[in-house]
Write a protein of this length. Sequence first.
Length: 208
Amino acid sequence: MKVVLMGPPGSGKGTQAKFIASKFNLCHVSTGDIFRDNIKRETPLGLEIKELIDKGNFCPDELTIELVKNRLMEEDCRKGFILDGFPRNLIQAEALTSFIGVDVVLNISVENEVITRRLTGRRSCASCGGTFHVDYLKDVNVCPTCGGELYIREDDNEDTVKHRLTVYENQTAPLIDYYEKLNLLATVDGDDEIENVTLKIIKVLESL
């Protein structure tokens, strides 16, 4: 099974992708993970990516397409995969169609107001990399998993979040029409408990 997972930033794509990958034994391919690995290792590419992401922008198409294409050609993706964070625009979508076919494109739909509240309330752990929300943390100021320091990612401040949503609407939202015309699109409501969204996605995938 080859799946593309779409949705605005903060819609829960990463969380859902991990659940679905585990249940259906799919390889989870996240452009975010590829980018973060380079950022963590402070490679020249990583430094370039960090500057772009901190401003709420995306990486150049040519670079992103090449990274994803190479990743999908690896052995562990041959049994099936779920793409998280790619494609982000029509150029990337058309490139993906040119080198590999997919079975379904899952679109997690969430209103902008909900997204803004989710992202501006997000806290990340500097030690273990865990992500939590202030609604869950309450008065806790350290990571509930490892006790590490919590911080606000630069791309989670309100101005950057609004910019990211604008970029998404301009560049990624048109993919809904693109995949709908290819009869590949399935939309699920993401403004729900994580477990309920997972069940909706499972229902779609099991119907294929």
